[in-house]
Design a binder for this molecule. Structure first.
Ligand code: G1P
Length: 300
């Protein structure tokens, strides 16, 4: 039987992080604005949300993150100059990334108290409805014959209701860097979630399935986050709040069939930039030739 599910209209994107692992690049600009080939990292994540049917995005932001807000606004002088020079194609590209008026909100996380706290800061704008949570450090590339990660999760959500977390398999040696889940009965890509743990100490992870940064959550999560309990790293963790919801509400996992690029560190950014350049319809072939040439020069 298909459960009676409410649509997922809004998404939370926490963007208050300081980007310490990619300094000095992030000294004066938000890490979400670092280019991944030809556009800021945040653009890929917003695109994923919009393609999955999201109508409104709530950014949880902080001090020195103003560039994100500006990026999603009109750039009047720039557009006027381009128009004057009849740079029609570039203008069209800029126009294509402008969201419809009124579809983005920005709330401040005043102190870096953890991901759970950042999500809790969006509670008033989300209200009493289920929502998506997308962590912008993680850039997803769908499989060649498939849809993006959040769109695939929407299908699982519509079939099962409740909460959905996307996972990927990781090298067990890296499991301590992530939230790790335990898998129950499986049905295709979806499975019943039986447990989760945030950043398990090395060698103790219950599986190698890590939470990849995409969630569909019911609004009851806000009440659990309101207790502000500290978990791993002394931070208020979304994983701990979800754990409390497990057993009370349906919770599904979904193994994402595409590629995940963790831009949380320098090599992750490099890998994401290379991958997205190679997949770019206009520049892919040139990028491939350039990357191969650089590799052969470096190997000499
Ligand atoms: C967060 C989550 C973690 C998840 C990870 C994915 O951790 O708490 O469960 O696996 O994102 O990137 P963070 O990377 O913020 O430490």
């Amino acid at each position: 039987m298909t459960p009676n599910v409410r649509p997922i209209r809004k998404a939370v994107l926490p963007v208050a992080g300081l980007g310490t692992r990619v300094l000095p690049a992030t000294k004066a600009i938000p890490k979400e604005m670092l280019p991944v080939f030809d556009r800021p990292a945040i653009q890929y994540v917003v695109d994923e949300a919009l393609q999955a049917g999201i109508e409104h995005i709530v950014f949880v932001t902080g001090r020195n993150k103003g560039a994100i807000e500006d990026y999603f606004d009109r750039a009047y002088e720039l557009e006027d100059t381009l128009r004057g020079k009849a740079k029609v194609e570039i203008l069209a590209e800029i126009d294509a990334v402008l969201p419809p008026a009124g579809t983005m909100s920005f709330v401040r996380q005043q102190s870096p108290l953890g991901l759970g706290h950042a999500v809790w800061c969006a509670r008033d704008v989300i209200g009493n409805e289920p929502f998506a949570l997308l962590l912008p450090d993680m850039i997803m590339v769908p499989p060649a014959d498939g849809v993006n990660c959040l769109a695939a999760m929407q299908a699982v959500y519509h079939a099962r209701g409740g909460n959905v977390i996307a996972v990927n398999a990781c090298d067990p040696d890296f499991a301590h860097n992530y939230g790790i889940v335990s898998m129950g009965a499986r049905d295709g890509a979806a499975f019943e979630l039986t447990g989760m743990v945030e950043k398990p100490p090395k060698g103790t992870a219950p599986s190698n399935l890590y939470i990849n940064g995409r969630y569909i959550l019911q609004p009851e999560i806000f009440e659990l986050l309101a207790t502000q309990e500290r978990g791993a790293g002394g931070e208020i963790q979304i994983t701990d709040a979800m754990k409390k919801l497990l057993g009370v509400q349906p919770f599904a996992g979904m193994e994402f069939a595409g590629r995940v690029y963790d831009c949380g560190d320098k090599v992750g950014y490099l890998r994401a930039a290379a991958a997205l350049a190679l997949r770019n319809g206009q520049w892919g072939a040139d990028a491939r030739a350039a990357l191969l040439e650089e590799l052969s020069i470096a190997n000499r």
